[in-house]
Write a protein that binds this ligand. Structure first.
Ligand SMILES: NC(=O)c1ccc[n+]([C@@H]2O[C@H](COP(=O)([O-])OP(=O)(O)OC[C@H]3O[C@@H](n4cnc5c(N)ncnc54)[C@H](OP(=O)(O)O)[C@@H]3O)[C@@H](O)[C@H]2O)c1
Length: 292
């Protein structure tokens, strides 16, 4: 039995599809059962509630062998520590006496960065806490997700522009959520690995936002412009769309660390486990989203 958290989320739903396609028994943990497609409810066991709650996650682990763990990083949490570490505490309390032997978690690139890096620092602390339970744990430490650009679909569609608090010519790694989900599923379906490890997921190449704008223009067939915003603008914008003070500040710390070299301080040994190029991502995900 494989337990999947966030089956309604972008990454979790794709992990679920892979695991069901492989014919495995699945139990999902979901806050609102009625949000699930009818066909899906017949194919999985369902535990209703938040995976942060002990009363939910403890029975959800019963008899299971492995778990896909994704901390949602809710913007309304008071802090990144609350959103990642505290969110995962009950899970870590109930793991050791459970039947679970393997956990695959979603985390962030940045191990070894010594400055505070907001969401990333908290994600890595969560990894340490899960790894400290003695379980076999693989943290998928993701670079920035290409899919973040979809949050600006309206601005791209209406005004042909997207923003980031990053110099336009700074090359950084970007990975597609589809590749992250595929990597998680591979580890869940073949739990022949042991110990505590990180699997960094970089995507196939480093790209600047100006290069990404050029590819977006090409794929969408119209000019798309990148504009750098300030960290103060990012913080205000995050709060305007519902982030707490603590989470907005944490985003600033994270993007500052990325601009200062956190995501490029360690070079990938191999990148072929995350093959989706930004152009392929634009064709598969951005173009349909902009056409809506
Ligand atoms: N963005 C980046 O560049 C980046 C980089 C590295 C790592 N990450 C990590 O990637 C993850 C985001 O994954 P995603 O894109 O798949 O997320 P997503 O599409 O936003 O989905 C969030 C999921 O979490 C559930 N959820 C939200 N709040 C919850 C709560 N309080 N209790 C229980 N469930 C809750 C949602 O369920 P409902 O249907 O109930 O709302 C949904 O299934 C985060 O861990 C983030 O830190 C992101």
């Amino acid at each position: 039995m494989i337990v999947i958290t966030t089956p309604t989320g972008d990454i979790g739903a794709r992990v679920l599809d892979h695991v069901l396609d492989a014919g495995r028994d699945v139990r999902i943990v979901v806050r609102n059962v009625s949000s699930l497609p009818d066909g899906l409810r017949k194919r999985v066991e369902v535990v209703e509630g938040s995976h942060a709650d002990r009363d939910v996650i403890e029975p959800a682990l019963s008899g299971a062998q492995s778990v896909f763990w994704l901390p949602p990083g809710s913007p309304s949490s008071p802090s990144a520590k609350a959103a990642y570490v505290e969110f995962s505490r009950a899970f870590c309390d109930v793991l050791p006496p459970s039947t679970v032997t393997h956990v695959v978690g979603i985390s962030a690139l940045g191990r070894g960065w010594t400055e505070p890096a907001g969401h990333v620092t908290a994600s890595l602390r969560m990894d340490d806490m899960i790894g400290g339970t003695g379980i076999n744990y693989c943290a998928l430490t993701c670079a920035s997700l290409m899919d973040n650009i979809l949050r600006q679909a309206e601005s791209i569609r209406e005004a042909g522009v997207f923003y980031q608090p990053t110099p336009g010519d700074l090359k950084l790694p970007h990975v597609a959520k589809s590749d992250v989900a595929a990597a998680a599923a591979r580890l869940l379906l073949a739990p022949d690995w042991q110990g505590v490890a990180e699997l960094p997921l970089y995507g196939p190449e480093d790209l600047s936002f100006e290069e990404m704008a050029a590819t977006m223009s090409d794929v969408l067939g119209r000019p798309i412009r990148f504009e750098e915003m300030s960290m103060a603008q990012l913080e205000e914008m995050a709060k305007a769309i519902g982030a707490s003070e603590g989470m907005a500040r944490s985003m600033v710390l994270m993007f500052t660390a990325k601009n200062d070299g956190m995501d490029t301080m360690t070079r990938p040994v191999a990148r072929d486990d995350t093959p989706t190029t930004f152009r392929q991502w634009c064709e598969a995900e951005l173009r349909p989203a902009i056409a809506v």
